[in-house]
Design a protein around this ligand. Structure first.
Ligand SMILES: *[C@@H]1O[C@H](CO)[C@@H](O)[C@H](O)[C@H]1NC(C)=O
Ligand SMILES: *[C@@H]1O[C@H](CO)[C@@H](O)[C@H](O)[C@H]1NC(C)=O
Ligand SMILES: [Zn+2]
Ligand SMILES: [Zn+2]
Length: 350
């Protein structure tokens, strides 16, 4: 390989640090969600985002990952995960009080932005920010390693996948999904979403889809999002590392491990999209439509506007010492994920 192409590869790797479900996974979650939005919810979301294209959610699904890499957005890095301090593979569990760090976590963020997106007193740009965060974080929550503190959510588990040295976290976020669909573009996401929607409508997921959203309630966000996190975290023990991490560090994870994991990845992406669609429909129908109707009635009757209810104070958290995993994340500059070893170990090993 000549030094020019090597240089291009290196800078590509630096810019494209891997985070969350990768761009492909988040866009696929977004397209699945779009399929399930009511037309009223869809028009509302398009208005908030200023995007009437047919990719309005997919276009912003990875915004939060770009934002957290900027100096203005660094504060939001902790919101992409919850560091469950459990003990895989023998014991997997999430405990919101134990695991949500002092700078917040995915669950507290979903609570905050569910409230903010429907809070009619916020500016258009704050409302837009809230919707962009929700679209992203509901996706992050279904990636099992975003609900796990062990080895910094698997970022510190070095493995080999399909000839590349990388880490277990990035394989789940990005490289196993990309292997499945052989690509990472929005149109790859669109076709993957189409096939997942088919599974939900008439295939393997039909019998279980209702259970993915059972009990979901925008009036009890912490309980709902904690259930989502526990559901994904359970896969850390059963699918992600059923025999422990060391068992994944010998040999190539492709094809045997990949084949054992890819069905769960498809399930979790479909689930994230289905939940997101239902969540936004609920926010729209029980908050936005209702608020718009009330202000219509108030204006018509020229009744004095009711004082807006105070926004719940979500900022009260007890100070707790940082866990080992949280310290490790801090050391990584608040990043949820290291970039793939491609830039350091960019040579194919076979
Ligand atoms: C995957 O995509 C690449 C480039 O887009 C193409 O050259 C290749 O044939 C594809 N492989 C498969 C198995 O579809
Ligand atoms: C809620 O979101 C706003 C806007 O992004 C942020 O400034 C604030 O810190 C968040 N609060 C909590 C408790 O997460
Ligand atoms: Zn993320
Ligand atoms: Zn990630």
């Amino acid at each position: 390989m000549g030094s020019f192409s090597k240089l291009v590869f290196v800078s590509f790797g630096v810019i494209n640090t891997v985070n969350a479900w990768g761009v492909l996974g988040h866009a696929t979650v977004a397209y699945v969600a779009q399929h399930y939005l009511s037309s009223d919810t869809a028009s509302w979301a398009q208005g908030v985002l200023g995007d009437t294209s047919d990719s309005y959610l997919a276009n912003i699904a990875s915004w939060a990952d770009q934002y957290r890499l900027t100096s203005a957005g660094k504060w939001s890095a902790a919101l992409h995960y919850i560091d469950a301090q459990d003990n895989p593979p023998s014991d997997c569990n999430v405990d919101y009080d134990r695991d949500c760090g002092d700078s917040g976590c995915s669950i507290s963020a979903i609570s905050n932005y569910t409230q903010r997106v429907s809070d009619g007193r916020l500016s258009a740009s704050n409302t837009e920010e809230a919707l962009k965060f929700l679209v992203h974080f509901l996706g992050d929550l279904t990636q099992p390693l975003h609900d796990e503190s062990y080895e910094v959510g698997g970022n510190d588990i070095d493995v080999t996948f399909d000839g590349y040295k990388d880490n277990l976290h990035s394989d789940w976020d990005t490289y196993m999904p990309e292997k499945l669909v052989n690509g990472s573009s929005l149109s790859d996401a669109q076709s993957w979403a189409d096939s997942l929607v088919k599974e939900i409508e008439s295939g393997d997921f039909k019998a279980q889809a209702a259970s993915w959203i059972e009990g979901d309630s925008i009036s009890d966000v912490i309980t709902t999002a904690s259930r989502w996190a526990s559901d994904a975290n359970a896969f850390v023990c059963t699918v992600v590392m059923p025999d422990g991490a060391a068992a994944l560090q010998t040999g190539d994870l492709y094809p045997t491990y990949y084949n054992s994991a890819i069905g769960t990845i498809e399930l979790q992406i479909a689930k994230g999209g289905y939940r997101l669609g239902n969540w936004l429909n609920s926010i729209y129908s029980s908050k936005i439509a209702k608020r718009d109707f009330e202000s219509f009635v108030e204006t018509r009757d020229a009744a004095p506007a009711a004082a807006p209810a105070a926004a719940p104070d979500l900022s009260v958290r007890e100070a707790r010492p940082l866990s080992r995993a949280q310290l490790a994340r801090e050391a990584m500059g608040g990043s949820c994920c290291k970039s793939r070893g491609r830039e350091e170990d960019h040579e194919h090993q076979h």
